[in-house]
Every structure is written in structure tokens, then in C-alpha cells.
Design a binder for this molecule. Structure first.
Ligand code: MLT
Length: 249
């Protein structure tokens, strides 16, 4: 799996969402690398990492564990954006003792509904037939708060449009089969952070509030001017929150 590795000290792994890649965390790298070690993988099938034969949130989590094993890092903190948060929750299911902290950014603990699963299959088939271009057109617009600006919209469309059809289709199906994790939240015993965009059209505010309330040691931070992509919409704010979080872990 391809990844960036910057800084020294407490390791923090930043996992991107769908259909994106590690570039979404560019605005946090410099600050985080000053206060610790930051690792930014491209999940299989995204960015520079080729697709793997099998995709599931657990399979992605195992790839992260293998990466950390390869680097000799037993304990690490993790921050996952949206689908990356589903992977972070899979890591907590597979290897809770290895997590020194868990941050969920614009993510959720609920599974897909039956309708949601069918919609994932429709997306997967369309991506396989046409490529990812239509997703960059349709999905990017729903990702932002009130005023993203043309440059940011184009940047996100560029990242989405550069993903491989095989990787995106596999991830869409994998998200459709992810398990319900609300009860799991109660078993999280490491320091936790929930970052939510006040204007998120994908994860409603009540879900973020519910998640933070269910995790014993969670702090909830609102990105007041953001939609679903606070790390791009309010990069400095998110960098500062993640740096403070990594110092606690
Ligand atoms: C993401 O940003 O990773 C996706 O919106 C997550 C999802 O579709 O459930």
C-alpha cells in the first residue's frame, strides 16, 4: 500500500474517504508533522495503491495493520474521514489494543439500509460501465458546506475523477456490507475525537452527536463552516484539532 510518512514521534494514521485518496489531508500534513509522526495511506484501489482482490472495511483495516507492522509500529492513533472512519472502526474491532486514539471525521457508525445497499450496487455498476467521471460531477457538489469556492470544488472533482473504476466499485460494494457499529462505540476505551461539519449533507448532525455521546472519552468538535470535507474546508482548524488529539494519545 502506498503511503506518505512525515515527522517523528506519536504515530497518527490519516485514512481518506470515498471516492478520494490521501491528498485530502495535504492541509494537515505540515502542522501534524511538527508535533508527531503522520502516516497517510492510499487505501487499495485509490490514489497510487492498486486495487486488492477483495475489498471490505476489515480488509482495508488489515492492510493498515500490515503497514504498521512493516514499520515496526505497534501502537498508533487513527483518524478516518467518512469511509476512512468505517475503516477506523474496523481497526478497533480487529485490534483495539493497538489503537492509542480514534478520531472520526464526518463519519458514522450505522450500517447501510437495504435501500442504501442497492444504491451502492447501482453506483458500482455504473462506475464499471462508464468510469468514475459521473461521480466527480454528481458527488462532489454534495460534499461541501455553503461556500466551497470554485477552486476547491475543482480540486475535489480532480481527485475523484482520478480514481480507478475497479477500486471505486469495490469500495462502494464494501461499504454496503459494513456492519452496524453503534454498540461497538461503547467499547472504545482510548481517547476519541469526533469532528463534524455543521452543514454536512451526508452525515446528519444528530448522528455525529449520537456517536460522540456513545464513546466514553470522546470530544465533539464542530467545523461550523464545513459540509462533509472539513479537512479541506477548514484545514487549519482540523489540523489544530488533530494535533491536539495526537498529543493526548
Ligand atoms: C465518504 O465520504 O467516504 C462517503 O460519503 C461515505 C459513504 O458514502 O457512506
Amino acid at each position: 500500500m502506498e503511503f506518505l510518512d512525515r515527522g517523528k514521534g506519536n504515530p497518527l494514521v490519516l485514512i481518506h474517504g470515498f471516492p478520494l485518496d490521501g491528498r485530502i489531508w495535504e492541509g494537515q500534513l505540515e502542522l501534524l508533522a511538527k508535533s508527531g509522526r503522520v502516516l497517510v495511506p492510499d487505501l487499495p484501489g485509490f490514489g497510487r495503491t492498486p486495487p486488492a482482490p477483495m475489498a471490505s472495511m476489515e480488509a482495508y483495516a488489515r492492510e493498515i495493520l500490515a503497514l504498521m507492522d512493516g514499520l515496526g509500529l505497534r501502537r498508533f492513533a487513527v483518524a478516518g474521514h467518512s469511509m476512512g472512519g468505517y475503516v477506523a472502526l474496523a481497526l478497533q474491532r480487529l485490534a483495539p489494543a493497538r489503537l492509542s486514539g480514534l478520531a472520526l471525521v464526518s463519519s458514522r457508525a450505522t450500517a447501510d439500509t437495504e435501500e442504501g445497499r442497492k444504491a451502492r450496487e447501482v453506483v458500482a455498476r455504473r462506475v464499471e460501465a462508464e468510469g468514475v467521471g459521473f461521480l466527480a460531477e454528481t458527488a462532489a457538489g454534495r460534499m461541501f458546506g455553503p461556500a466551497p469556492g470554485e477552486a476547491l470544488l475543482k480540486r475535489v472533482q480532480g481527485i475523484m475523477g482520478s480514481q480507478s473504476a475497479a477500486g471505486v466499485a469495490a469500495a462502494a460494494r464494501a461499504m454496503g456490507t459494513r456492519p452496524e457499529a453503534r454498540l461497538q462505540l461503547r467499547s472504545i476505551s482510548c481517547p476519541a475525537l469526533v469532528i463534524a461539519g455543521r452543514h454536512d449533507q451526508i452525515v446528519p448532525a444528530a448522528e455525529s452527536e449520537g456517536m460522540a455521546a456513545a464513546i466514553r472519552q470522546a470530544r465533539l468538535v464542530w467545523a461550523e463552516g464545513s459540509g462533509h470535507l472539513p479537512m479541506l474546508e477548514e484545514p487549519e482548524r482540523v489540523a489544530k484539532e488533530l494535533a491536539a488529539f495526537n498529543r493526548e494519545t
